[in-house]
Design a protein around this ligand. Structure first.
Ligand SMILES: Nc1ncnc2c1ncn2[C@@H]1O[C@H](COP(=O)(O)OP(=O)(O)OP(=O)(O)O)[C@@H](O)[C@H]1O
Ligand SMILES: [Mg+2]
Length: 234
């Protein structure tokens, strides 16, 4: 990795009750560019993001973010430190309008510089739906809203869990382009089933298998690895 890591996770072990879901997972995310986490259903991708976000506490291992130990920091403190998280599910407040959802995102901005207009330029279709309830948006629009809300907090790192899940293929391209642009300015950690998109947005990849990192390397190397095909096969 050429850049110093913005986020470093070392030896993470996370459990659900007595069942272990992460085994000794270590990853680095540099301060710019995309990093992808790939893996079959149930490989542990969401568990890893939730552990990094502070929604789950690891039983072993450490997380350093922007030079500080954040292993036991509450989720809110991580958000304030610049860690944005767009979870796989329930990423928007359905009963609130698009505008209200965006205003909540803006409140998380420490610099008070984020602008709703920037998000509307990023995803123009949100601008046409500002007074619509988020619960009535399409799957793709909801993902765009969730991404925008997290971006309004001006994160240094945005973690995206399946940003194109349930999204019509025509809209996937729109999201992919925006994420590619975003990764030029901030760190993007992306979990994606849509492998081509993940490879396009990332410079480095981790492939998980049964709670472990089974393969990692620069995207250009991973792209042609026969091991990738095996690890993603059902
Ligand atoms: N709340 C929970 N309680 C118990 N086990 C859980 C819970 N959430 C996830 N698991 C288990 O942990 C393992 C990893 O799940 P996780 O959701 O992290 O996988 P994933 O890679 O995100 O899968 P997908 O691609 O389907 O989203 C799975 O075996 C899953 O059944
Ligand atoms: Mg998941």
């Amino acid at each position: 990795m050429p850049d110093p890591a913005l986020l470093q996770a070392r030896g993470l072990c996370t459990y659900y009750g007595t069942s272990q879901a992460l085994f000794d997972v270590s990853i680095d995310v540099p301060s710019r560019g995309g990093v992808a986490i790939l893996g079959r259903n149930g490989a542990g991708k969401t568990t890893l993001l939730k552990t990094l976000a502070g929604d789950l506490l690891p039983r072993a291992g450490s997380i350093t973010f922007d030079g500080s130990d954040s292993t036991r920091r509450p989720t809110e403190a991580r958000v304030r430190a610049g860690l944005g998280h767009v979870p796989q599910e329930q990423a928007v407040f359905s009963g609130m309008t698009v505008r209200e959802n965006l205003l909540i995102g803006q409140m998380a901005d420490r610099s008070h510089e984020s602008k709703l207009e920037e998000m509307i330029t990023l995803f123009p279709r949100l601008g046409e739906r500002l007074s619509q309830k988020a619960g009535t948006l399409s799957g793709g629009e909801r993902k765009m809203l969730a991404i925008s809300r997290a971006l309004l907090g001006k994160p240094y790192l945005i973690m995206l869990d399946e940003p194109t899940e349930g999204v019509w293929h025509g809209v996937i391209e729109e999201i992919a382009e925006r994420l590619q642009k975003l990764a030029q300015n901030i760190a993007v950690l992306i979990v994606e089933q849509h492998v081509e998109l993940a490879l396009r947005v990332s410079r480095y990849c981790y492939v998980m298998d049964r709670g472990r990192v089974a393969l990692q390397g620069p995207t250009e190397e991973i792209r042609n690895s026969p091991e990738l095909v095996r690890l993603l096969a059902p």
